[in-house]
Structure formats: structure tokens, C-alpha cells
Design a protein around this ligand. Sequence first.
Ligand code: ADP
Ligand code: MG
Length: 362
Amino acid sequence: MVNVTVCVRFRPLSLSEKRLHGDSICIQALNTQSFTFKDEKEEDITFCFDRVFYQDSEQVDVYDFLAMPIIEGAVNAINGTIIAYGQTGAGKTYSMEGLGVLDGDRNKKGLLPRIVDGIFEFLQSLVEMTKWTVKLSMVEIYMDKIRDLFDLSKDNIQIKENKCQGIFLLGATEIPITNSTEALQCLCHGIANRAVGETQMNLASSRSHCVYIFSVQQESRTNGRLKTGKIVLVDLAGSEKADRTGAGGIVLEEAKSINKSLSALGNVINALTAGKVNHIPYRDSKLTRILQDALGGNSRTALLCCCSPSPSNVSESLSTLRFGARAKLLKSSPRANMSDAKDNMEQIIDCESLDYKSERLL
Ligand code: ADP
Ligand code: MG
């Protein structure tokens, strides 16, 4: 069992925050792992996490600490998940995508384009030992429905589980990618499709969860052994309370139902950290079901809690930090996904019957 890695990132003050409160901030750094936070009553609360990225942190710092170990794991057949959590405007998408995924400023590239480069760099160094395939899927969860961002006609993808793949998305498009350029083109295509859907549904991206899945499969050139590692990245919907969506936003009831999945996430974390073993409510939402492995199963998992450092957002930041503090207690059990070519055939047969059973159960 390993602990979930929990990091906090404070973005720089925005112009509107500066207009309201000047340069004042509600955090004081103690070191790279802890800081004090001034709450609404001006009382200092000390928080401690695996790593704190302050306002001047660079994208590469987040990549080195959070993503490098996950990529190394995936290439060695260990699944990994990175989840960005926080209120709208706190820096989740900036951390995940960065500015200009395809052709932007190199320093501002977020985790996704860096992970793509990282995966192929690792694989190139292994090319004499293994034949590899990398595939990318991209889906969005909105109102508890999963939409394929590579094929908008698939708008209600189902989640399944079987012995070889663990949790997977039935029929979701998986695009094979052979280098960074192709991967970035796919990502841009998915991101553009997300925007199309948002306009059609009159939905802001901050109200849906975006899930990116890289699967890395390798076959040994010497003994035919197969290794599969998955990297799942999740850019969650804004965690702010429903009443903060504003007059131009969606109606309260709808906002509440969108936030249901984040409450379900909180409930799963509570159940897991309270040591409950039989009643983990993963099936309460599509989000928690997709994240089942990441939260308590076969995955090395990292949570990035994104916050504003401004007194304007003190209650939302505090709620994000409390969520992160709870998640620090989570433990998952990553293991290497390896099989012999012969075993694999047997497993595929096994999976088919298992999948049939799990389909009936779901
Ligand atoms: P979220 O996805 O959490 O709603 P965004 O990532 O879109 O928030 O960030 C909101 C704004 O703040 C964007 O304009 C983004 O470019 C900027 N921003 C966020 N984090 C940083 C950062 N670490 N450095 C510089 N700008 C940032
Ligand atoms: Mg965003």
C-alpha cells in the first residue's frame, strides 16, 4: 500500500484579486511542504502536504515532482493517476494543459504535453528491448454522462471492469500515437471538440470533468512478455459551492446535480479513510467509478489541489485544502501489470466471460 501524493499549487494573484485586495495574500510559506493559511477569522491554520508549489512555481517543477514518477511507473507497467482539484479559476487547466498545448511558450506547457514527451523519451530508450504501442483516449463527464471527445456521436459511454484491464471505458475511441507531435495533435483535437460540445450544450468547461487516458503497452523482444501501464489525468469541474456560479451561470438545481459527483468523490474518500471496506460508494457517480483504481486500487495516485492565494477566495481555498488534507490519508495498492503472451491469451478468454458477468452487475 502506498499513500496518495497530495500537492498544493497556489497560482499568482489575478488582476481582479489585486484590484480588490492589492497584493495581500492569505498564505505564508514555511517551507516546501508547509504553510500557514489565514482563515476568515484571521486565524492561522498550518497545513502540510507532500509538496507546496507557491505562486512563483514553474510548470516544470510540478512536472518533475508529480508526473515523472508516474511516467516511470507506467513504462514499468504500473498505473498512475493525476487529479487536479479546486475552484474554477484556481489553475487546474493551466497546470494540466498549460498555455498553448501545441505551439505555446515552452515554459508554460502544462503536464499533458510534458507527459507526452516524457513517455516517448522513456520508450525510445527501451526500443531495443521492447515493441511498444501508446494509445490515447479523451472523455468528458457532464451531468453523469460520459462523452467521447474524439467521437462526439458517442455521448453515453459505459464504464466496465474486468480482470485484465481493471476499470475501462467500453467503446471509447483509443487513438494510437507514435510520437509527441501526433499526441499533441490528438490532444488539441479533443480540446477543440470539448469547446464545440460546450457551445452546443451551453456549458462552461469548468462544469464538467475532463479525463485523459494514455495506455502504454510493451511486448518484450526477447520473451514476448507483455507489460501495460495506464496514465489517467483528470481535470475536475470547479469545486466551488453551487451558489457561487453567478447570475449568468446555470440554475441552482443543475449546478447541484453537477456537483453531486464531487460530493460522491468526497464520500468515497471519507469511506476509504474511515477504514470501511465493504461499503465504498464508487458506484454513486461515473467520476468515482472511473477513479476507483486511483482512489483505492491498482494505481499510483497524485492529487494537485489548486488554490488562489487571495483573501477574495479564502473560503473556497480553505475547502480545497481540507479536501487535500483528507486525501492525504488515502492509500492505494499499485502493482505491475505483466503477463506472458500465453497467459495473455488465457486472460483474454477469462476477461470475456468476466466482462459478461460485470456487465450484468453494473
Ligand atoms: P481552472 O481550470 O482551475 O478553472 P485555469 O487553469 O483556467 O483555472 O486558470 C485561471 C486563470 O489563471 C487562467 O487565465 C490561467 O492562465 C491563470 N493561471 C492559473 N494558474 C497559473 C499559474 N500558475 N501561473 C500563471 N497563470 C496562471
Ligand atoms: Mg479549467
